[in-house]
Design a protein around this ligand. Structure first.
Ligand code: ATP
Ligand code: MG
Length: 579
């Protein structure tokens, strides 16, 4: 995509990664490449590389929108690559949910050349072949030190490491050992394959990093074929290069791994395994979201300790959770665009995510009425057993979407907070003697109320003005300040409504090693039975509404039954957290 201001003047790219890609496209750096079969390759290939060891969260969504978004905008493609090099932690369940989440977010790894869904384990044979070459070429050796010796000889930030006494063993000996490692001759930890770089490097990642380890474990895809597995730092660049990735985008903590990324690919290019130009790594700041945690380990703890009701609990920042909560894929994309990418870590406030949802749903969500904390309102001068239709727009800014109708009758439900026995200053809703408009209905005047023995108000009484109906001539002659919503008691739909809010009440629940369980918001899930506008019982799972004055709600995709939806509050209409 070329940036153009409309008057021909170029516009600065909106973030540094776009700047890099545009410069590379201009210089033709990745132009004219072909794959192993000779097919032309796009000049931008990115990838999203999750490890299938958990559910994706909102931080991953940022990375997905970034990688797939860049590929889309610059005529390239983005691969979905599972970094499945750690057999003991990975499962098919996670692969499936990751695929589902990326697709739900609206992205695809298919193009005219086919599917671009890969697994690092697809490349295990090639990776191993390259490892043998590295040994033969003197770039890697089998180290037989114990784990303790290896740790002691690694040095520290202030001290250089020491060469292993196995570092200079002949290449043939290393090769023989590597083959035996692969053949299953040794136990876990007896040997490792290490790159031969520099034990005195100020960058610890360059001090002869391990590239293969022995791990007698069943792999969810390769079964028992392998008992040695490549280390992430080796598998990652090699997978990128095998897949012809051009721009390998990762989070800042990998900055110190970049020298090894470049080193290993340069060696393998010398060995004729990869043509130039090689993929390059760029780092961006990970998403840190207030009032949320994005550590897979801590999210797992929430699930395992049953603090939440599973991975897709609508309070969870997982993609399955925010989806069930009612977030739209387009609101997540909008959020990702708004937060952009930066080179320094920072915090994004939860209100930015919530704001994106409001901005996405406001123009589209049909309006509806819900009474969440019901109080009976009796219109004493309205005939018993009678009702009449009232009409309201489906959407106030889209008259073409038509009107909805719902009946008014003698007994209604209104919100408890819309009546006060003794009004506070500035309160202009119902109180004895005051008039309000029943939204889309009549003006009523409060004539009294009933209380039970405990002093709780159980009903409010009023009279209506028959010539005040909204939309009729003369309705405007009644000037009232208050305008309250209601549903007819005889016609309302009773439904379970789950009022969700932020899972934590502390903006940084796990900062500085704090116990995030102390920061849980006990009001993050409040389940009520509410009275809804007739017709809402037909709501299909995943359909969203703005319940007027209350916020955005969705019919829960898991617990809704035909004719009996359960609603989740996605977000209130206004931010009440001061964000
Ligand atoms: P792990 O600790 O298990 O490695 P991870 O969150 O890094 O957890 P990965 O599956 O390795 O999980 O992540 C896949 C991709 O998502 C990586 O490229 C990673 O950089 C990116 N990613 C993960 N967390 C965030 C985040 N908070 N913000 C932006 N990108 C993220
Ligand atoms: Mg990771």
């Amino acid at each position: 995509m070329s940036h153009d201001s409309g008057n021909g003047a170029p516009v600065a790219p909106s973030n540094f990664l776009r700047g890099i890609i545009e410069a590379d496209q201009q210089s033709g750096k990745y132009a004219g490449r072909v794959d192993r079969q000779g097919a032309a390759l796009p000049s931008v290939i990115t990838r999203f590389p999750p490890e299938p060891n958990g559910y994706l969260h909102i931080g991953h969504a940022k990375s997905i929108c970034l990688n797939f978004g860049l590929a889309r905008d610059y005529g390239g493609r983005c691969h979905l690559r599972f970094d499945d090099t750690n057999p003991t932690k990975e499962e098919q369940e996670y692969v499936d949910t990751i695929i589902d989440s990326v697709e739900w977010l609206g992205f695809s790894w298919r193009d005219t050349q086919g599917e671009h869904k890969y697994f690092a384990s697809d490349h295990f044979d090639l990776m191993y072949e390259m490892a043998e070459w590295l040994v033969s070429a003197g770039h890697a050796y089998v180290d037989s030190q114990s784990a303790e010796e290896m740790a002691a000889n690694r040095g520290s930030f202030s001290e250089p490491g020491k060469n292993s006494r196995f570092r200079d063993r002949p290449a043939e000996e290393s090769l023989d050992l590597l083959r035996k490692m692969k053949a299953g001759v040794f136990k876990d930890g007896e040997h490792v394959l290490r790159a031969k770089i520099d034990m005195a490097s100020p960058n610890m990642n360059m001090r002869d990093p391990a590239i293969y380890r022995i791990r007698h474990a069943h792999h969810h895809r390769t079964g028992d074929k392998w008992c040695i597995y490549p280390m992430y730092d080796y598998a990652h660049p090699v997978s990128d290069a095998i897949e012809n990735v051009s721009h390998s985008i990762c989070t800042l903590e990998f900055q110190d791994h970049r020298p090894f990324y470049d080193w290993i690919l340069a060696r393998l290019a010398e060995g004729g395994f990869f043509p130039k130009p090689l993929p390059e790594q760029f780092e961006f700041a990970r998403l840190n979201l207030t009032y949320a945690i994005t550590s897979k380990r801590k999210l797992l703890q929430l699930v395992e300790e049953k603090i939440v009701d599973g991975w897709d609990d609508p309070r969870m920042p997982t993609i399955v959770g925010i989806r069930r909560r009612g977030y739209t894929a387009s609101s997540i994309q909008l959020f990702a665009e708004r937060i952009g990418v930066a080179k320094a870590d920072s915090w994004i406030d939860m209100s930015v995510l919530e704001g994106a949802l409001r901005d996405d749903l406001d123009p589209s969500a049909p309006r509806s009425v819900a009474v969440l904390n019901p109080l009976k309102l009796v219109i004493d001068n309205y005939p018993e057993g009678q009702s009449e239709p009232c009409s309201a727009p489906v959407h106030p800014h889209h008259p073409e979407r038509g009107n909805r109708q719902f009946p008014l009758s003698r007994e209604l439900w209104i919100e408890q907070e819309d009546f006060m026995e003794v009004p506070s200053k500035g309160y202009f809703r119902l109180f004895p003697g005051n008039r309000v408009r029943l939204r889309y209905g009549f003006v009523v005047e409060c004539t009294g109320f009933e209380k039970d023995e405990a002093g709780k108000i159980t009903a409010v009484h009023c009279n209506y003005f028959a010539d005040s109906k909204s939309g009729t001539d003369g309705a405007n002659t009644y000037k009232v300040k208050g305008n309250i919503h209601w549903v007819s008691a005889a016609h309302a739909v009773q439904a379970e409504v789950r009022l969700y809010d932020r899972l934590f009440k502390d903006p940084h629940p796990d900062a500085g090693g704090k116990d995030f369980k102390q920061a849980l918001n006990p009001e993050a899930k409040v389940v009520i039975r509410a009275y809804l506008e007739p017709g809402t019982e037909q709501a299909k799972p995943d359909s969203r509404f703005q319940f007027e004055r209350h916020g955005y709600f969705v019919a829960d995709r898991v617990d809704s039954m035909p004719g009996r939806p359960v609603f989740n509050r996605i977000v209130t209409l206004k931010d009440s957290w001061g964000g």
